[in-house]
Design a protein around this ligand. Structure first.
Ligand code: SF4
Length: 361
């Protein structure tokens, strides 16, 4: 189809300047592709640059401590991405001389590398002629070919990958993938695509029929649940208690203020928190002043978290019954412990109130 020549000509003049493109290597492509999963380019850029200063190559990542890897990732979300990359770097160093393999099949055997990421690395870094269909390409092809079934359905996915493959120009897989990505990011945007300045509008079936805003056809959206959650800021001798989440859980390896989800049998939030702390730490607490409520949306559910300043009543030490470690941490040291967004907000408020002299002892 003639759109490919127009697309590549446009890309030759309009490719986005991105830090992972300025100096290309398989490692830089890998890191950028992992960071870009579910995350906007503008958000990724400063993380990518900081990462490359600290971990300039696979070897430096492999020997790093996991807590440091997670700390550099803090704020990007989906932390299993960082842990998987760390594990993969160790495998590469011990089994493959510290080099990434070049084929999509071999790349997919590494932790955290799925079909898309494998195809992106193989095509961009190693010149393989394989399509890599990310969200942008998905949208562009749905419009160019006016796909009328839900693009994320199994059938829709099959059609789009097939179209991406059929139109891929021999010997130019990496450029073709990146050109489609850039077209989707800068012209064929999710809302209000700039069809008037689009280099391939001549060949775009959705544009021809005036239905570009209705493509890709979406799957009916399922509404996720909303949980009410409590967290305890348990203070002792100027320190607060943090629990480290199990590696295989959501936000695995990160630190948090202990607590849990309101259940049907809980009379109120305070009762919920006392129960959770007894179950998770094996101790009793007095629940004191509320310390803010925090809303957060994860991919499949939402939470509102209510934090409370708490005091330990039991003489025994808390036990990590539902976490992999517990630590008493000085408020001024909280920044050294990688956390999810909500727990970081609580930690920042604690640090601020300590500085302002408002934190009850
Ligand atoms: Fe997208 Fe419009 Fe270009 Fe079609 S013409 S590819 S809808 S920007």
């Amino acid at each position: 189809m003639s759109f490919v020549k127009l697309l590549l000509d446009w890309y030759a003049k309009n490719a986005r300047e991105l830090p992972w493109r300025s100096r290309q290597s398989a490692y830089r492509t890998w890191v950028s592709e992992i960071m870009l999963q579910q995350t906007q380019v503008e958000t990724v850029i400063p993380y990518f640059e900081a990462w490359m200063v600290r971990f300039p190559d696979i070897k430096s990542l492999a020997v790093a401590d996991e807590q440091e890897v997670l700390a550099l990732w803090e704020g990007l979300g989906y932390y299993s991405r960082a842990r998987n990359m760390h594990r993969a770097a160790r495998i590469l160093v011990t089994e493959l001389d510290g080099e990434l393999p070049q084929t999509p099949e071999a790349l997919q055997r590494l932790p955290g590398i799925g079909p898309y990421t494998a195809a992106a690395i193989a095509s961009i870094a190693f010149g393989a002629d394989v399509p890599a269909v990310d969200g942008n390409i998905h949208r562009v092809l749905s419009r160019l070919f006016n796909i009328t079934i839900p693009a994320r359905s199994t059938e829709g996915e099959k059609i789009i990958w097939k179209l991406a493959q059929e139109n891929l120009p021999v010997g130019k897989g990496g450029t073709y993938n990146q050109a489609l990505m850039d077209l989707g990011a800068s012209i064929c945007t999710p809302a209000n695509p700039s069809c008037d300045s689009c280099p391939v509008s001549r060949d775009c079936l959705a544009f021809e029929q005036g239905v570009q805003e209705e493509r890709p056809v979406k799957l009916p959206r399922k509404k996720g649940p909303h949980y009410l959650v409590t967290a305890a800021v348990i203070q002792r001798d100027g320190r607060v208690l943090l629990a480290q989440r199990h590696n295989n859980s959501l936000l695995g390896g990160l630190w948090e203020f202990p607590g849990g989800t309101l259940e049907e049998g809980d009379a109120n939030l305070e009762a919920c928190l006392k129960r959770e702390i007894q179950e998770e730490l094996g101790v009793d607490i007095r629940v004191g002043t509320p310390f803010g409520d925090y809303k957060h949306a994860y991919t499949h559910f939402k939470i509102t978290l209510y934090a409370f300043l708490c005091e330990l009543l039991s003489k025994e030490e808390p036990q990590p019954l539902a976490s992999q470690a517990l630590e008493w941490v000085y408020v001024e040291d909280l920044e050294d412990y990688p956390m999810g967004k909500v727990d970081r907000l609580i930690a920042n408020r604690l640090a601020k109130e300590l500085t302002d002299g408002e934190l009850p002892g």
